[in-house]
Design a protein around this ligand. Structure first.
Ligand code: FAD
Length: 447
């Protein structure tokens, strides 16, 4: 009786505990991916994420085929689809790596019970975060709300396990179960095809992810600490979409970084990723509800649609904001410093609710994930965990002077801003700052 490995946010063969468990069972292996836009609470993927998924699945399917197995693609409510395939294929076991969002956990728990009731083995594994969320708590048993003690507590736990080796051969079934044709999922943009910049910048899939990790650790990481805040420096790892899709596990990155002598600053960025996922585990509504409930009193005005589209399209007249928003649209990525500046501008200079910005990033980022995006938007808004205080309002012009002093980043993404006639600014920084601080008084009054 074959084993099914249900791939989700872990589109890799190396360090894949669910795949390892299937191989240890010594039966043929069927790989499965389910596109689930239907189950209650499951957030449909954004456009850039769908682009990445298409290519990463293509790569995974090819790698499974090369090793003797297969990837079956199915669409629909996951709990039903996985159980159906298990029955039709006469499977004896289903294995998967854990997810941490509430709707995903509900599906997985219900499926586990149903499969076990039918006499199958159903087992899940830790693979996508370094520390399981329920193992990290304050002395009084509550989740951490401040990063530094959170990460200190993580580092006091046993070191994350060594990554598992990549299997060289994976036995398959003699007749593969029917699979959807990936093209029929229409994950790629058609009219218009907006993905040219994404194709130019990225190569999804596990082999390219491994190459990028190696390149970063051997060539680029020496300037990480000094230059990670300089958007034009190319000093950061660009591993975020690879982690989002699980083409690399955090364990692999952790251990290879330590071996390469890459320091604590880089590992502590992985710590922010852990913090975001742990926060989502404890506060499942992170994408829609203020973590600090006193922010519910914030009097958001009705958003000005022209301001919103100027922000989305990079036409605000503020150079670093426009550069960042155009980088995002063209490549599906934006440097972290610029993410902070563009998010702050939307929330505090345009007085537009962080949730509206979060949705735009969700649709346009190749690394948009269920935890980090809303976590960081709330961090900028001041409503989140260990957040920047609301009244700390970035001045986009000063931020550009400080982090892009020679305007290299701006010249690359918004060259009109370094021309003789830069575009007009859509708001006055001083006035909007004052209005934001005034609106914030309502939150202070509520707390
Ligand atoms: P590096 O500096 O090389 O960092 C290494 C890894 O650490 C990253 O790949 C990422 O996995 C993790 N990391 C670093 N900073 C953070 C952080 N602040 N929060 C969580 N993880 C972090 N990151 C996402 O992965 N997905 C998102 O949807 C996302 N949305 C964001 C929205 C806003 C408004 C802001 C301010 C930040 C957001 N980030 C998000 C965090 C951060 O900007 C990206 O992880 C980072 O820019 C990715 O580039 P890198 O891989 O080169 O980072």
């Amino acid at each position: 009786s074959p084993s099914i490995v249900w791939f989700r946010d872990d589109l890799r063969l190396a360090d894949h505990p669910a795949l390892r468990a299937a191989l240890d069972r010594d039966e043929p292996v069927i790989g499965l991916y389910v596109l689930d836009d239907e189950s209650p609470g499951i957030r449909p993927l954004g456009g850039a994420a769908r682009w990445w998924l298409h290519h990463s699945l293509t790569s995974l399917a090819e790698r499974l085929r090369e090793r003797g197995s297969t990837l079956v693609l199915r669409r629909g409510p996951a709990e039903k689809v996985v159980a159906e395939l298990a029955r039709d294929a006469g499977a004896g076991a289903v294995f998967w790596n854990r997810r941490y969002g509430q709707p995903e956990r509900d599906i997985d728990a219900a499926l586990k019970t149903a499969l076990r009731d039918d006499g199958l083995t159903a087992q899940s594994f830790a693979a996508s975060v370094l520390f399981e969320p329920w193992t990290v708590a304050t002395g009084s048993g509550t989740p951490y709300s401040v990063y530094t003690p959170f990460w200190r507590a993580c580092l006091a736990l046993p070191t994350p396990r060594e990554p598992l080796p990549e299997p060289l051969s994976i036995p398959g079934v003699s007749k593969a179960p029917p699979s959807d044709d990936l093209e029929s999922w229409e994950l790629l943009p058609q009219h218009p095809d907006w993905a040219a910049g994404l194709r130019e910048m990225w190569e999804p899939g596990e082999p390219a992810a491994r190459r990028r990790l190696h390149e970063f650790l051997t060539e680029d990481s020496s300037s990480y600490e000094a230059a990670r805040n300089t958007p034009s420096a190319g000093a950061t790892s660009l591993l975020s979409p690879r982690l989002r899709w699980g083409e690399l596990s955090p364990h692999t990155i952790w251990h290879e970084s330590v071996q390469a002598g890459v320091g604590g600053m880089f590992l502590s960025e992985l710590g922010w990723r852990e913090f975001a996922w742990h926060t989502l585990f404890h506060f499942p509504d992170l994408a829609t509800k203020n973590l600090r409930r006193d922010f519910d009193a914030f009097p958001w005005p009705t958003p000005d649609p022209e301001h919103l589209s100027a922000w989305q399209q990079g036409r605000t007249g503020f150079a670093i904001v426009d550069a960042g928003m155009r980088e995002l649209w063209q490549t599906g990525y934006m440097h972290n410093r610029v993410r902070m500046v563009t998010a702050s501008f939307l929330i505090k200079n345009l007085l537009i609710d962080w949730r509206i910005g979060e949705e735009w990033f969700w649709d346009t980022l190749v690394d948009a994930d269920g935890a980090s995006n809303s976590f960081n938007w709330q961090w900028v808004a001041g409503s989140g965990a260990d957040a920047a205080p609301y009244f700390r309002i970035f001045n986009p012009e000063l931020q550009a002077k400080k982090f892009d002093p020679a305007s290299r980043y701006i010249a690359e993404w918004a060259p009109d801003h370094v021309s003789d006639s830069p575009p007009p600014q859509i708001v006055d920084l001083g006035e909007t700052r004052k209005a934001a601080l005034q609106a914030y008084e309502a939150v202070k009054g509520a707390s």
